[in-house]
Design a protein around this ligand. Structure first.
Ligand code: ZN
Length: 244
């Protein structure tokens, strides 16, 4: 079974569709949250994932878009975009987002947005955080998002933190065979922050036990034009060009 793992789409439909075209022959789509927020097409991205029957967990932006989470802890541009998204979504779309779990399991893998310790808010930016996640997670392989930076952390007894955490580059293939727990971050489809503006996603191949990271070009200008037309914050528009 081949599964496209996407995360942090952030209402960027052009990026999502480029990724889905690139992934082509996958059997399933998994999403580790933040499908809405920042970008101009939240309803379209929700419809796309629902149409694919995606396995999907909530991130902080799904929760903010429905009003379940206050935007007080968001930066001003993020809060403005979250409030724009909340006004734009229908009650049925908000109900669908509210129904999303914070942690779920599929094919023997756990999915969460941040970490299983704090699925909505915690960023897995360092090995200590990755270790806390790995200690708590019940399955050997798990997936998170939230940082917008593709990465892998693997249990490693000899490391001071008990695991190693490293970035994933385009074309990297992670071998998932063996006994060590592994947590993967597929990066961000719709707002990458690792200085590579291309959409990021990965493919989990359960037959050969690998995860491969891909970067895909998409029409950044088309998304930026829609954002400008909607009056979304300039900083959010500009950062798509630089991928940070
Ligand atoms: Zn995000």
């Amino acid at each position: 079974m081949r599964i496209a793992v996407v995360s942090d789409i952030h209402a960027n439909l052009a990026a999502l569709d480029a990724v889905l075209r690139h992934a082509a022959q996958v059997d399933a789509v998994w999403c580790t949250g933040d499908t809405v927020g920042y970008g101009p097409q939240p309803s379209e991205c929700i419809a796309r994932l629902r149409g694919l029957g995606a396995v999907w967990v909530a991130g902080n932006h799904e929760r903010a878009a429905t009003g379940a989470l206050s935007t007080a802890a968001f930066n001003p541009a993020a809060a403005e975009a979250a409030e724009w998204t909340r006004r734009r979504l229908t009650d049925a779309e908000k109900a669908a987002l509210d129904a999303l779990p914070e942690v779920c399991q599929a094919n023997g893998c756990i999915l969460a947005h941040g970490t299983v310790r704090d699925p909505i808010w915690e960023y897995m930016f360092d090995a200590w955080t990755a270790r806390a996640h790995l200690d708590l997670v019940a399955t050997r392989v798990s997936f998170v998002g939230h940082t917008h930076v593709p990465a892998v952390a693997r249990e490693e007894r000899s490391a001071p933190e008990g695991c190693t955490l490293s970035r994933l580059l385009p074309g990297d293939v992670v071998d998932l065979a063996g006994d060590a727990k592994v947590v993967l971050n597929a990066g961000s489809v719709g707002q990458p922050r690792d200085h590579d503006p291309r959409a990021s996603y990965g493919v989990l191949d359960t037959a050969v036990q690998t995860f491969t990271l891909h970067r895909v070009e998409y029409d950044i200008a088309a998304t930026q034009k829609l954002m400008a037309e909607e009056g979304l914050p300039l900083w959010l528009i500009q950062r798509l060009s630089s991928g940070r």
